[in-house]
Design a protein. Structure first.
Length: 202
């Protein structure tokens, strides 16, 4: 049975997902608030392009030194060099039911120097398009045990995120040789590019 989390709650994935938890699907989803039609306007409003990414950090909570982009899994780098973390591809509109973007994590294959995997979402080109998360609804993150195809936990983001263009949604982290998950829901005002979120971990 899936566990419904509130902001700030943590769970032990090993205990809640089963002793043999290996492969986890992290699904992130959102819906665009219905657009209001403008009278006498032929101009179509642009779709909101949300991008989900994973930032890989060491034991100090900072992104692993070196080539920063190689320690992020996102639409421009779909697979980590270890093969343990794989992004399933970019969704440009958020249309449709269920997960909009998915990131697969093979926990036993995650290199030992990675202690934390932070899952973030930002609105691409938000400042140029005058878009923000107040225009998004039903945002969530969920974890699924891929071996049993059962949902482990889900966190629905229900706060008001007006004028915010990025979100630190949640994180999987390693502690005492066990993997755990924390529901975060931290908004970021300016995150038109992933680099703005990466700066939080440098």
């Amino acid at each position: 049975m899936s566990i419904s989390l509130q902001k700030g709650q943590k769970i032990n994935l090993t205990k809640n997902g089963g002793q043999g938890l290996r492969k986890v699907m992290v699904g992130l989803g959102w819906d665009e608030v219905q657009k209001k039609r403008r009278l006498f306007s032929k101009q179509e409003e642009e779709d909101i392009d949300c991008d989900a990414s994973a930032i890989l950090c060491g034991a100090n909570g900072k992104i692993i030194p070196g080539n920063v982009e190689s320690h992020c899994v996102y639409f421009g780098n779909l697979t980590h060099s270890s093969g343990a973390i794989v992004h399933q591809g970019d969704n440009l509109t958020g249309a449709g039911e269920g997960d909009d973007e998915q990131i697969m994590v093979n926990l036993p294959q995650v290199p030992l120097n990675i202690a934390k995997i932070v899952f973030v979402v930002n609105i691409y080109d938000a400042s140029v398009r005058h878009q923000h998360f107040g225009m998004i609804k039903n945002a969530f993150i969920r974890l699924v045990d891929l071996d049993t195809n059962t949902e482990i936990c889900r966190y629905d983001l229900s706060s008001n995120y007006d004028n915010m263009t990025g979100l630190v949604v949640g994180e999987i982290y390693r502690r005492d040789n066990e993997w755990k998950f924390s529901a975060i829901g931290q908004p970021v005002r300016e995150a038109s590019r992933l680099q703005n979120l990466i700066q939080l971990y440098i």
